[in-house]
Design a protein around this ligand. Structure first.
Ligand code: UDH
Ligand code: MN
Length: 346
């Protein structure tokens, strides 16, 4: 009798039963194995239809998490519209004696260190506003109070720079503006520059603080002149030039100390480049100038006519490329970047 002889003794029915048991265990093993592949197959090749119920659920949960995540992350920004829907047109300006700097700060929560970016769309232009300044604090406060909301309604990416002339030598508006251009470009590659007197407040927000294919003059009229252009060719007060346009004319002359002439000199530079000055419609390009007397330290420049006569000969070597100065400080205040500079004396 051999080793397997007891098996031979099992009945035929018993043999079928053992075979069935074997078959069932093989099937069970295959089932567990295929279950595993389907689960991991999600990451390889299983189509959604082959997923077992549990995984379908997991996929649903994932889609839900992805969807809620999508809601949390802001949608990609689109370019701001050609005309901002926030514009109001003619504005009611106010010059309250009680106005405080901290009120202007709290009115402009979107502004950090003088800079603002529209939250819902990508601004069409990045604009640096340059304000030449010395001891006109009250005018500066009124201007900041009006200009920040004005620029935000225009949906611009902008920053305000105040360029303070240190010391009490004769004032030089043009040289301060050259410094402003050079200093602002250290922060960001601004494409447009607005050269802005501290005492001129725009009356209508359709007067857009953006640059054009040609240099722009934004002050057609002001209260003090019955809203008429001061004289034919006047290019002062508030002007807008692209980074390239300003570079092309070599900026302002550095040689105008005291009041007058520097704006006419810039006009000559622009005309020498065959550029044409653009102006917005007169009903829009209106300003209120805060009343003031002539400042001490900014007396009429008696030499201005002589200087204007030599612009054509000197503009290439007198301007941005010859602007020497010493930066005393750059303070990043809430509403503007305060650049204090020693520009020397006449
Ligand atoms: N500025 C200062 N401080 C000064 C001088 C000039 O901040 O001490 C700046 C300021 O941005 C000002 C700009 O330079 O807006 C132009 O100077 P301005 O306002 O004195 O020039 P404007 O042509 O007036 O407006 C000239 C004298 C007006 C006398 C009016 C008498 N009716
Ligand atoms: Mn003025």
């Amino acid at each position: 009798m051999g080793f397997f002889s007891p098996l031979c003794k099992i009945s035929r029915r018993g043999k079928y039963f053992v075979l069935l048991l074997l078959l069932l265990s093989v099937l069970a093993w295959i089932a567990t194995f295929s279950g595993e592949t389907v689960k991991s197959g999600r990451f390889f090749s299983a189509t959604p239809q082959t997923l077992i119920k549990e995984d379908t659920l997991r996929v649903k949960v994932n889609t839900w998490t992805e969807a809620t995540n999508l809601l949390k992350t802001p949608p990609p920004k689109v370019e701001c519209p050609q005309e901002s829907p926030l514009l109001q047109g003619a504005l009611k300006l106010s010059f309250e004696a009680s106005l405080k700097l901290k009120d202007v700060v709290s009115d402009n929560k979107g502004v950090t260190e003088g800079e603002y970016t529209p939250p819902d769309c990508t601004a069409r232009q990045s604009v640096a506003i340059l304000i030449p300044h010395r001891s006109r604090e009250r005018h500066l406060l009124y201007l900041l109070h009006h200009l920040h909301p004005f620029l935000q309604r225009q949906q611009l990416h902008y920053a305000i720079y105040v360029i303070q002339q240190a010391g009490d030598a004769t004032f030089n508006r043009a040289k301060l503006l050259n410094v402003g251009y050079l200093e602002a470009l250290k922060d960001y590659s601004w494409e447009c520059f607005i050269f802005h007197d501290v005492d001129l407040v725009p009356e209508n927000d359709h007067n857009l603080y953006v640059c054009d294919k040609q240099p722009k003059h934004l002050v057609v009229g002001r209260n003090a002149t019955g809203y008429k252009l001061r004289y034919k060719g006047y290019f002062g007060g508030v002007t807008a030039m692209t980074r390239e346009q300003f570079l092309q004319v070599n900026g302002f002359s550095n040689t105008y100390w005291g009041w007058g002439g520097e704006d006419d000199d810039l006009r000559i530079r622009v005309e020498l480049q065959k550029m044409k000055i653009l102006r917005p419609p007169a009903d829009v390009a209106r300003y209120t100038m805060v009343f003031h007397k002539r400042d001490s330290g900014n007396e009429i420049n008696k030499d201005r006519m002589r200087l204007l006569g030599r612009t054509q000969q000197v503009w290439r070597k007198d301007g941005l490329n010859s602007c020497s100065y010493k930066t005393m400080s750059v303070e990043r205040l809430p509403l503007y970047v305060n650049v204090t500079v020693d520009i020397g004396k006449p």
